[in-house]
Design a protein around this ligand. Structure first.
Ligand SMILES: [Mn+2]
Length: 318
């Protein structure tokens, strides 16, 4: 890995103007890694433009400099050097790709097992709990001077991608990194409170509607909920709802079916231990991790449900 870090460092050294981006509908790891790399590059005297395809969820608005992450349409120039963070593939960048010059060099830093290495330089570590875990090691290899802000960004990614240090990706290494980040000044309690323990009335009302639709498969191993058009206004309100299905004792797979329009359904998948929902999502044209994944199915809600249940039955017998 050390020579990969050196390659990444060289990539940064040879560029002066760098576009930093992450995946659409960014989560805490995507936003934390974008802001962390932005700060690192500025400290090295580089001109940095941070961009994301989607609006940043309100819950992250307290993070310093988060208002410097722009939408692609707000940026006029095009870039020769791009750092892509937490993006399993180029589609996940959304419209950010319009800001690349033809043949732009990409540094691809990610922890998704499905990432095939679309960059000129690739730092892909599928065993990492979060993209920020890789950044932590890269920064250490550069002997970066940590401050509270940088520690906050990196901690944010660890916190959210491990579900508050509860998921199976919470390794001793993650906890050691987290401990160091708290020593560097990351406000652990405040971050958990703002990001994991806070909700809006709209979010609770949506949860209420979703819970009212909860159903269990005959085996008791699959639980699902559905939201139809008009149930919700923003993607951010939907975050986390799927976990309520997976959390039921005895359930292995929790699913949220979300109707976007009469022939498009977004499917969020969570599993406890048996079903690799990353593989399931991939077979349906999506992606993700073994325990958390998603896909979009271009069918009616009823047909999308049939398709997912048929795959689960055929491949995992649940
Ligand atoms: Mn991630």
């Amino acid at each position: 890995m050390m020579h990969r870090f050196a390659e990444a460092t060289r990539f940064v050294q040879e560029a002066d103007r760098i576009l930093v981006l992450s995946h659409l509908s960014p989560d805490g790891d995507a936003i934390g890694s974008t802001l962390a790399v932005g700060q690192l590059l500025r400290s090295l005297g580089k001109q940095v433009t941070m961009v994301n395809d989607s609006m940043i969820s309100d819950r992250f608005h307290f993070l310093p400099d988060v208002n410097h992450i722009f939408l692609p349409k707000q940026i006029a120039e095009k870039f020769h050097y791009v750092i892509a963070l937490d993006c399993a593939d180029e589609e996940r960048m959304g419209s950010c790709r319009q800001l690349f010059v033809e043949g732009a060099r990409v540094l691809n830093i990610d922890h998704h097992a499905t990432n095939h290495g679309y960059g000129a330089v690739n730092l892909i570590v599928p065993t990492a709990a979060a993209t920020v875990e890789i950044l932590f090691d890269w920064f250490e290899s550069m002997e970066v001077a940590w401050d509270q802000q940088l520690a906050t960004y990196v901690y944010m990614g660890l916190l959210t991608d491990t579900g508050g240090f509860r998921y199976s990706n919470t390794t001793p290494k993650v906890l050691r990194q987290a401990a160091k980040l708290v020593e560097f000044g990351a406000p652990a309690h405040e971050l958990a409170d703002r990001v994991l323990e806070s909700t809006t009335v709209a979010q609770l009302e949506l949860l209420q509607r979703a819970l009212a639709t909860m159903q269990l498969s005959p085996s008791g191993k699959v639980a699902w909920m559905e939201l139809t058009q008009g149930d919700y206004e923003t993607d951010q309100d939907v975050e986390g709802i799927v976990n309520y299905a997976r959390n039921i004792i005895g359930v292995d797979v929790g699913i949220l079916f979300r109707e976007i329009d009469s022939h498009t359904v977004k499917v969020s998948l969570r599993s406890r231990s048996i079903v690799d929902v990353g593989q399931l999502a991939k077979s349906l044209g999506g992606g993700g991790h073994a325990r958390a994944a998603g896909c979009t199915i271009h069918r009616s809600l009823a047909d999308a449900k049939k398709e997912v249940f048929a795959s689960l039955e055929a491949r995992w017998g649940v």
